[in-house]
Write a protein that binds this ligand. Structure first.
Ligand code: SAM
Length: 236
C-alpha cells in the first residue's frame, strides 16, 4: 500500500459523491444532543485497552498523541493525563463542544479540532500514538483504505496505533455492497479478525488483537465484549 498516493480530481469527485450518499455528520450531532441518554461511551471512563497499554508501558507515555473521532473526549483526557501533547479530532460540532467541556473540567490540555479527519492536514510522521475508539467501524467502505493510509502517514515509523472497533456480533452485519444498496452503515460495520489483519497488516505490525474486556460497574474503565482491542505499530 502506497501511503503517498494522491487521488486524482475524478477520484475526488467520486469520493464526494459516495460521501454524500452515506453522510453521517448531522446524525452524530443529533446523537450527542441528549447527553443523558444511556449510551455506554457517554461516560467519562477511558477504554480499558488504552489504559492498560499505557499503564503497562507497552506504549511509551511521551510525545504527541491524537484521538480520531474523539467524541466527548474521554480517551483524549487520558492521553493528556498520561503526559502526551494530546489532540482530538471529530467532525461533529456537538462532540467537540462536549469534549471541550470535559477537557476543561479535567484541568488538562487537549487541542481539539472540529473537522473530518479526511479534510484535516495531519503533519506526516508527527504522532507517537494515534487512537481510535469506535470511529473506524463508522468509516464507509470507500474510505477504509484511505483511512489506514492516513493514519500510517501521520505516525512516525515505529509509532503506535490503538483501536477499539466492532466485532462481527457488534456491527450491523451489512456487507460492503449492502451498505451502498441500502445507503447506510446500519450503525457501524463489524469486522472479523482476519479482515482486520488484512486491512491493517500491510502498513502495520499487529502487536495485539483481542476481545475487549467488559468492565464491572465502578471499575473506572470502559470495556464492551462486542468490541475488538487492536494495538499495532507502524512498519518501517
Ligand atoms: C462511536 S463514536 C465514538 C466517540 C469516542 N471515540 C468515544 O469512544 O467515546 C464515533 C465518533 O467518530 C466521529 N467520526 C466519524 N467519522 C469521522 C470523520 N470522518 N472525521 C472525524 N470524526 C469522525 C463521530 O462524530 C463520532 O463522534
Amino acid at each position: 500500500m502506497d501511503t503517498s498516493a494522491k487521488p486524482t480530481a475524478a477520484a475526488q469527485d467520486e469520493l464526494a459523491t459516495l460521501d454524500a450518499l452515506l453522510a453521517q455528520r448531522d446524525w452524530w450531532d443529533q446523537f450527542y444532543a441528549n447527553r443523558a441518554k444511556p449510551v455506554p461511551f457517554f461516560g467519562p471512563e477511558p477504554d480499558e485497552c488504552l489504559s492498560g497499554w499505557l499503564a503497562d508501558g507497552i506504549v511509551p507515555r511521551a510525545g504527541a498523541a491524537l484521538d480520531i473521532g474523539c467524541g466527548n473526549g474521554r480517551n483524549a483526557v487520558l492521553l493528556a493525563r498520561c503526559g502526551f501533547a494530546a489532540e482530538g479530532i471529530d467532525y461533529s460540532q456537538a462532540a467537540i463542544e462536549w469534549a471541550g467541556q470535559r477537557v476543561r473540567e479535567a484541568g488538562v490540555t487537549v487541542r481539539l479540532h472540529h473537522a473530518s479527519v479526511f479534510d484535516f492536514d495531519l503533519a506526516p510522521d508527527s504522532y507517537d500514538l494515534i487512537y481510535d475508539s469506535g470511529c473506524f467501524h463508522h468509516m464507509p467502505p470507500h474510505r477504509r483504505d484511505d483511512y489506514v493510509r492516513l493514519v500510517a502517514a501521520a505516525l512516525r515509523p515505529g509509532a503506535w496505533f490503538g483501536m477499539a472497533c466492532f466485532r462481527p456480533e457488534g456491527g450491523s452485519g451489512l456487507s460492503d455492497d449492502e451498505v451502498y444498496e441500502r445507503r447506510t452503515l446500519g450503525g457501524g460495520l463489524g469486522y472479523t479478525e482476519a479482515r482486520l489483519r488484512e486491512v491493517w497488516g500491510d502498513l502495520f505490525n499487529i502487536h495485539e488483537l483481542r476481545q475487549m474486556r467488559s468492565q464491572p460497574a465502578g471499575s473506572g474503565l470502559f470495556g464492551e465484549a462486542f468490541l475488538w482491542a487492536l494495538l499495532a505499530q507502524k512498519k518501517g
